[in-house]
Design a protein around this ligand. Structure first.
Ligand SMILES: [Zn+2]
Ligand SMILES: [Zn+2]
Length: 315
């Protein structure tokens, strides 16, 4: 049985570090790749200390504050226009965000996520001590002042805070510190999560939060996805049931990269990929089991092939 392909981590031209690829062009490519769903996750950072660096998005080629409603209005208008255009296809197009969490930014996050009809909110930790550890250029200035124990404390403390805010549907690239940290700290970083991540996973499970399998690590020469198979197994053992997959595409050629492999990995661990509508998760594989008159079932029926429907019909 072939898995339904989705990409739930895509950066259109609104994201500050993305290529100028428009939502429509990504959708066209998604059709070519036979994706069943694409979810746009424009990246926003809200840390006021980094205001000059990254508290903005790009609209019509110009920088605009992430807090300015004009870009959100334009984002939703554009997504809705493209949804209409692709209505006749099997592609579902979803509106989301990737929010870099920073303590103290809760009010701003609330303002954004509560005032717009998002389908999906990804939470991420990109910065520690106001330094982007996700950036090749910036990360050494954090790493050089911190040993691995300090990195562990800083990262998992802020991650726990992010989880307990309740703002996020899924956590993106949960072991992102490996991206540039592996070269700096060596292989010891691959096990730094042990004992720290389990209580966070239990809290996520309690809140029915999701966890992302992010394939962008491959583009950066790492062997495993974010998270590693070990971390994914710990998530499963801790009771997390909702998983999403994303390429973290910043350009057209990155869309859908390694998604099939990520889905295969989920399958080997008996875990399920999910899609979201208005912040509600639905598992991808068994959508046809649900009542045929529910909105979610109607959406998901298109994601299942007729063989699957026959197999699960009447259950
Ligand atoms: Zn990210
Ligand atoms: Zn991203």
């Amino acid at each position: 049985m072939k898995s339904v392909k989705t990409d739930y981590h895509v950066h259109p031209d609104y994201s500050i570090d993305a290529s100028p690829v428009q939502i429509r062009d990504y959708c066209q490519k998604a059709l070519e790749l036979s994706l069943a769903e694409i979810c746009f996750t424009t990246h926003i950072e809200l840390d006021p200390v980094r205001r000059e660096k990254d508290n903005f998005v790009i609209m019509n080629g110009k920088k605009i504050s992430v807090l300015h409603p004009a870009w959100l209005d334009s984002y939703f208008e554009e997504i809705s226009r493209v949804q209409k255009e692709f209505k006749h296809t099997n592609l579902k197009i979803k509106a989301g965000l990737e929010i870099g969490y920073c303590p103290g930014c809760e009010k701003d996050i609330e303002k954004i996520v509560n005032n717009y009809p998002f389908d999906f909110i990804l939470g991420a930790i990109h910065c520690l001590n106001h330094i982007a550890i996700s950036s090749m250029k910036e990360s050494p200035s954090y790493f050089k002042n911190k040993n691995l124990t300090a990195l562990r404390t800083d990262y998992f403390t802020i991650l726990y805070e992010a989880v307990t805010t309740g703002f996020f549907d899924s956590i993106a690239h949960i072991d992102l510190y490996r991206r540039y940290g592996l070269k700096y700290y060596g292989p010891e970083i691959l096990t730094v999560h042990r004992g720290a991540i389990e209580p966070i996973f239990r809290e996520m499970a309690r809140r029915k939060m999701g966890l992302e399998v992010n394939t962008s690590s491959r583009r950066r020469g790492l062997k495993e996805f974010h998270p590693s198979k070990e971390i994914l197994s710990l998530a499963a053992e801790s009771g997390i049931e909702i998983y999403t997959v994303g390429s973290d595409a910043h350009s057209l050629d990155e869309l859908g990269e390694h998604i099939e492999e990520a889905l295969a990995l989920l399958k080997t661990l008996n875990l399920r990929n999910h899609v979201f509508s208005r912040r509600q998760a639905t598992p991808c594989q068994d959508c046809s089991i649900k009542a045929s008159n529910s909105i979610q079932a109607t959406q998901c029926l298109q994601l299942t092939d007729s063989r699957q429907q026959n197999q699960s019909g009447g259950q």
